[in-house]
Write a protein that binds this ligand. Structure first.
Ligand code: PGA
Length: 255
C-alpha cells in the first residue's frame, strides 16, 4: 500500500480556546469551506464545547474529538472524563499524550498507553502524540525516543484495534513556536514511527497507518509537509482556530 491509499486526516486541536457559543459559530463558518474535502476532517475541542460542536457538525463531514480522557471506566477521579462518557455523546476521536499534557499535567508514556487502550476499548479512535524536545533533538536521540514513545503507547494494543490508531509526530520545539520541522525532518521521523509499527504489527498494518505531523503547520507550509510520502495529515493547533487557514490545510491534504 502506498500513501495514496492511506487515509489522510487533518485534525484541529483547539486546546483551551472557544466557549460553546464560539465553538458553534466557528464550526458553522468552517462547514462550507471543508465540505468537499477528500481527507478526514476532525476538530478536537474542549470537553464543555463537545455538545455544541457535535450539534453544529451534524450532517457535515466534520468529525468531533476530545483532547484527552482518563483511563479508568469510572470512579473517584475528581475532574476527569471517561472514554464511555465521550462515546455516549457521539465523540469519535480523542487526542492522547499531547506534549502539553505530558509537560504540564504529568502524563507519562505509561499513562499514555493506558489512555490509548481505554479510548480503543470504548470504540473510539486515538490520536496518539509523540515527539522530542529541542534538547533531545540536539542530543541526536530523536529516532530512538520517538520509537520508544510509540512502542510504549501501543503496548498491549491488539492488532485488530490498530486501524483506530493515528500517530501524530509533534516535535515539542515546533508546537506553538512558529518553528516548523522541515518537510524532510517530518518525513524522516514519520518513517521511523511507521517502521516501529511495522516491527510490532507487520508491514501491511504499518503501511495502512495514518501518521500525522503537527507543530506550527499552517496555511503557508502545509502543502510541502503534506506532500511528503510518510506524512498522512496534520494535527493543527493555532491555524485550526481560523476557518480560512484550516480550510486551506484541508485542501492541501485533499490533493
Ligand atoms: P500548533 O499546535 O499548530 O499551534 O503548533 C499543534 C499542536 O499542539 O497540536
Amino acid at each position: 500500500m502506498n500513501k495514496a491509499k492511506r487515509a489522510a486526516v487533518i485534525a484541529g486541536n483547539w486546546k483551551m480556546n472557544k466557549t460553546p457559543s464560539e465553538t458553534a459559530a466557528l464550526i458553522e463558518e468552517m462547514k462550507p469551506l471543508v465540505a468537499d474535502a477528500d481527507c478526514g476532517v476532525v476538530l478536537c475541542v474542549p470537553f464543555v464545547d463537545l455538545p455544541a460542536a457535535l450539534d453544529a457538525a451534524k450532517g457535515s463531514n466534520i468529525k468531533i474529538g476530545a483532547q484527552n480522557c482518563h483511563f479508568k471506566e469510572s470512579g473517584a477521579y475528581t475532574g476527569e472524563i471517561s472514554a464511555a462518557m465521550l462515546c455516549e455523546l457521539g465523540v469519535e476521536y480523542v487526542i492522547i499524550g499531547h506534549s502539553e499534557r505530558r509537560t504540564y499535567f504529568g502524563e507519562t508514556d505509561e499513562t499514555v498507553n493506558l489512555r490509548t487502550r481505554a479510548v480503543l476499548d470504548a470504540g473510539l479512535t486515538a490520536i496518539v502524540c509523540v515527539g522530542e524536545s529541542l534538547t533531545q533533538r540536539e542530543q541526536g536521540v530523536t529516532a530512538e525516543l520517538v520509537a520508544l514513545q510509540t512502542k510504549i503507547a501501543l503496548r498491549d494494543v491488539p492488532a485488530e484495534q490498530l486501524s483506530r490508531v493515528i500517530i501524530a509526530y509533534e516535535p515539542v520545539w515546533a508546537i506553538g513556536t512558529g518553528k516548523t520541522a522541515t518537510a524532510a525532518q517530518a518525513n524522516e521521523v514519520n518513517a521511523v514511527i511507521r517502521a516501529t509499527v511495522a516491527s510490532l504489527y507487520g508491514d501491511a498494518a504499518a503501511e495502512a497507518l495514518t501518521v500525522q505531523y503537527g507543530g506550527s503547520m499552517n496555511a503557508g507550509n502545509a502543502a510541502e509537509l503534506l506532500d511528503q510520502p510518510d506524512v498522512d495529515g496534520g494535527l493543527i493547533g493555532g491555524a485550526s482556530l481560523k476557518a480560512a487557514d484550516f480550510a486551506t490545510i484541508v485542501r492541501a491534504a485533499s490533493r
